[in-house]
Design a protein around this ligand. Structure first.
Ligand code: SAM
Ligand code: DTB
Ligand code: SF4
Length: 336
């Protein structure tokens, strides 16, 4: 089971995983999960939007695009102290990683000193740090690395063929370039995407394929279910064609394919949990998801909330992942 980590997956192989009988697929994913992680442990991450709305990009799913009529108010970049206060609250609530998002196409150089201060402050609290700020220059990535940033989130969102149907202001290639820049700076990569944007299964195969064939797999792979926001292109499309909503079983298949192809990565069950049943979430954990966002809010959209998550964890016998790296945890268990 502890086969070598592969980055040479073919689309045909990944399509064949999706085509497996559901129980066979989930069983295989659960086997891979157990070989590389402690299956009852789930990483808790907290999100904060440090700069909301007014984004010049036209991502069809996003409430923060200037093109969306979503009612999200544009704000300026938060003050360092205000961010640190929210990070402290997240730590008190048991979060391991603090993920900060900005509605930018890319940060401006004049924003960087404040961003650097924020990274240093959050890291000093003993939290893992993650930022998602859009495209980066090598110089900006270097500044983040030097500040001690642990992870950079930059999603490829969907398969390469469907990308231009969702976003026109940048290309799939632009996304890959920033991922390269982040890697080259020595920052760990968080990259995933969104399921349920009206794409076909072949696009979901292409999405997993693109991640699983990167020279190194992203350390974190967020799998979001589209949160349909009124006033966004995709939110409105979904409201008009409810059948386009992703089927729960197909969502779980996508999680399982991510787990099997990227065995060591943390697979994050991300946006969309607030409208997912406990049973679907349980299937996702069985299929290898081992990370979630906690709290009542994602960036602008509602999240499941700590009370619901506490109850779910108790019901399923899940526990928060502690600071120990999953692989080291596995090896320690094997040595016992
Ligand atoms: N502006 C930066 C960027 O796009 O890289 C960072 C923030 S952006 C909001 C982070 C990610 O959130 C997007 O890449 C997308 O995958 C996800 N996201 C945004 N809106 C979403 C929605 N309505 N449903 C699900 N995921 C969403
Ligand atoms: C990711 O893949 N999902 C998070 C995080 N990375 C930045 C964001 C989800 C956003 C959901 C919609 C919203 O809150 O506006
Ligand atoms: Fe801007 Fe990011 Fe939203 Fe796209 S996903 S509109 S880049 S904030």
């Amino acid at each position: 089971m502890s086969e070598a980590i592969r980055t040479d997956w073919t689309r045909e192989e990944i399509a064949a995983l999706f085509d497996l009988p559901f129980t066979e697929l989930v069983f295989r994913a659960a086997e891979v999960h157990r070989a590389h992680h402690r299956a009852s442990e789930v990483q808790l991450c907290t999100l904060l939007s440090i700069k909301t709305g007014g984004c010049p990009e036209d991502c069809g799913y996003c409430s923060q695009s200037v093109k969306a009529d979503s009612g999200v108010e544009a704000t300026r970049l938060m003050d360092v102290q205000a961010v640190l206060q929210r990070a402290a609250q997240a730590k008190d609530a048991g979060s391991q990683r603090f993920c900060m998002g900005a509605a930018w196409r890319n940060p401006k150089d004049r924003d960087m000193p404040k961003i650097v201060e924020i990274v240093k402050g959050v890291a000093a609290m003993g939290l893992e740090t993650c930022m998602t700020l859009g495209m980066l220059t090598p110089k900006q990535a270097g500044m983040l690395a030097e500040a001690g940033l642990d992870y950079y989130n930059h999603n490829i969102d969907t398969g390469p063929e469907y990308y231009e149907r969702v976003i026109s202001t940048r290309t799939f290639g632009d996304r890959l370039e920033t991922l390269d820049t982040v890697r080259a700076a020595g920052i760990s990569v968080c990259s995933g995407g969104i399921v349920g944007m009206g794409e076909m299964r072949a696009d979901r195969v292409g999405f997993i394929h693109a991640l699983a064939t990167l020279p190194r797999h992203p350390e974190s792979v967020p799998v979001n279910a589209l949160v349909p926001v009124k006033g966004t292109v995709l939110g409105d499309m979904l409201a008009d064609t409810p059948l386009a909503k992703i089927d729960d079983i197909e969502f779980v298949r996508t999680v399982a394919a991510a787990r099997i192809t990227m065995p060591k990565s943390m697979v994050r069950l991300s946006a969309g949990r607030e409208s997912m049943s406990e049973a679907t979430q349980a299937l996702c954990f069985l299929a290898g998801a081992n990370s979630i966002f906690t709290g009542d809010t994602l960036l602008t959209a509602p999240n499941a909330g700590d009370d619901a998550d506490g109850a779910l964890f108790a019901k399923l016998g899940l526990v928060p992942l502690t600071g120990e790296e999953p692989m080291r945890a596995c090896q320690a268990m094997a040595a016992e």
